[in-house]
Design a protein around this ligand. Structure first.
Ligand code: THU
Length: 160
């Protein structure tokens, strides 16, 4: 078995993303970032959400003259997917930096976006990739970003 195939088999076994898939998500997030509508903050964000079936749904941040209606890139991707009937997700890649081609920082999701992820994703399973380039990225589980999060299962707890 060659190395790429071995890595893929191991990653699938561990329910992790392959480097190949991570790169594909990062490139999709970079493409989405080009469509960022951010004339007020000049901070451009792109996201690429990987569905359980292997589809990639992208999103960008969309700002508004009234400021508060602004939608983050991550939530744009989630709301696009959910509104199309997709509710099972594996991972999301996020790229964000001040206007310009260079990705100068890791853009971690804001608290509101973490809560939206919590609504649809298993926190011990869902992987969040933040990237500066195709080769420079970090992968975390949602539960690391939102420890002890409040989610739909809390409302079904019969031991209250
Ligand atoms: N933003 C995102 O798109 N995602 C985040 O997780 C953090 C912030 C956007 C919102 C706004 O358009 C700009 O970045 C500056 O806050």
């Amino acid at each position: 078995m060659n190395n790429v195939r071995a890595e893929r088999t191991m990653a699938e076994f561990m329910n992790q993303l392959t480097r190949e898939t991570i790169k594909e998500l990062i490139v999709s997030a970079m493409e989405a970032r080009k469509r960022s509508y951010s004339p007020y903050s000049h901070y451009q964000v792109g996201a690429a959400l990987l569905t359980e079936s292997g589809q990639i749904v992208t999103g960008c941040n969309i700002e508004n003259a009234a400021y508060t209606p602004t939608n983050c890139a991550e939530r744009t991707a989630f709301f696009k997917a959910v509104s199309e009937g997709i509710t099972d997700f594996r991972a999301i890649a996020i790229v964000g930096s001040p206007e310009g081609d260079a990705l100068t920082q890791y853009a971690y999701p804001c608290g509101v976006c973490r809560q939206v992820m919590m609504e649809f994703c298993n926190p011990s399973d869902f992987q969040v990739v933040v990237a500066k380039s195709e080769a420079e990225y970090r992968v975390m589980m949602l539960e690391e970003l939102l420890p002890e999060g409040f989610g739909p299962s809390n409302l079904n707890d019969s031991t209250r």
